[in-house]
Design a protein around this ligand. Structure first.
Ligand code: EPU
Length: 343
């Protein structure tokens, strides 16, 4: 049954916790109610957009039209061979709940992606990734509802064109397809991915080969030590993407910065000659770490995370983000692009 609220307060609907309202707000807990909500918006001539747990969105004002909160539940497990399972999760399932549930059943692969805030439906949109693993490494398929035709479709990895924090859902299909269900392929055989430097260091104390449970615990501990808990301090994780530079550009930049700032860290980009450089490093070296203007600030333990210390507006946070990006461009000639969706 579809329920719709008018003039809804969205302050608690995003992890930044900034003030905003929307004209209409609907909650879809099934494919049918989602279809009904889109149909209703269309017949009333309203624009519509979907929202998961609001952990990667910055609202800079009131939202016209209808917000549809995706709350489709359910996790199903299907054995598909000796070591392999397909796990199908509704788009409204909390991402960390999915990670924990799979690990509790001794299904491995998601443990590096522990504690990422947000819902299952948002995960493929930006191809979430952390500590050496991206969703695309485990991805099997998504079920999507076409907002134009009302039809359900299944899309496979090739259709989704995953990249670093990128997919077809952020590009040509943005705003058309709504993810209703995600399927990942996991294994009953542990195969921990330990290549991310911070994780390698955290697990170095283990004499024995770390298990997926050790990886899960270590990732949770690292995240808790560096990233602010959105329940206590508003934020949306990394605000900018890490810029990807050609080796030649990286080399020139490194040479220019070496004497004043020391070595510029980098991470190889698999399958290409380019490297990713940490935006956090550029922001910190530019002097912004821990900066605060009113209640809009830069986290003091992770410079890539912008925070709402209490009463900041979305526009104030967006303004701070622009100042930082302009300053980094001026100092280092690298343009930072937001990772967070700004509405
Ligand atoms: N660094 C600094 N100053 C800081 C923080 C980091 O100089 O304040 C430098 C250090 O050299 C450090 C490097 O940046 O080694 C990388 O830092 P970190 O491991 O914290 O990762 P990140 O590049 O800042 C990315 C993702 C995170 C993900 C971590 C771990 C993006 C935009 N962010 O952050 O994802 O958890 O790697 O894999 O790719 C998110 O998307 O919201 C998110 C938190």
């Amino acid at each position: 049954m579809l329920s719709v609220e008018a003039d809804k307060d969205l302050c608690g609907a995003t992890t930044f916790g900034v003030p905003a309202r929307c004209e209409y707000y609907a909650q879809a807990d099934s494919v049918e109610t989602l279809r009904d909500a889109i149909g209703l918006a269309r017949t009333r001539g309203l624009s519509w957009r979907v929202l998961g747990e609001g952990s990667n969105v910055l609202l800079t004002g009131n939202v016209p039209g209808m917000i549809i909160r995706i709350a489709i539940p359910g996790i199903r497990f299907e054995s598909v061979g000796d070591d392999s399972f397909l796990i199908r999760a509704g788009a409204g399932v909390n991402w960390h709940t999915l990670v924990r549930t799979c690990l509790d059943r001794d299904l491995y692969g998601l443990e590096n992606l522990a504690l990422i805030p947000g819902s299952v439906g948002a995960a493929p949109v930006q191809n979430i990734g952390a500590y050496g693993v991206e969703l695309s490494d485990l991805f099997e398929s998504v079920e999507v509802l076409d907002g134009v035709t009302g039809q359900l479709r299944t899309l496979y990895a090739d259709d989704c064109r995953f990249g670093y924090r990128d997919s077809v859902f952020k590009q040509e299909l943005a705003g058309r397809y709504v993810v209703t269900q995600l399927a990942v392929r996991l294994s009953t055989v542990p195969d921990p991915v330990l290549r991310y430097p911070a994780l390698t260091a955290a697990l170095a104390e283990h004499d024995l080969t770390p298990t997926p449970r050790h990886v899960f615990d270590a990732v949770c501990a690292i995240r808790r030590s560096k990233l602010p808990d959105p329940e206590r301090i508003g934020n949306a994780g990394s605000f900018f993407r890490n810029p990807v530079l050609s080796r030649a550009r990286y080399g020139a930049l490194q040479e220019r910065l070496q004497s004043r700032h020391g070595a510029l860290p980098f991470f190889p980009v698999p399958g290409s000659d380019a490297v990713k450089v940490p935006a956090a490093w550029l922001i910190e070296q530019a002097g912004w770490k821990g900066f605060r203007d009113g209640d809009a600030g830069v986290h003091d333990r992770q410079a890539l995370v912008l925070v709402n210390h209490g009463r900041a507006t979305g526009e104030e946070i967006a303004r701070l983000a622009r100042r930082i990006a302009d300053d980094v461009a001026e100092q280092f000639d690298v343009r930072l692009e937001p990772e967070v969706r700004i509405l």
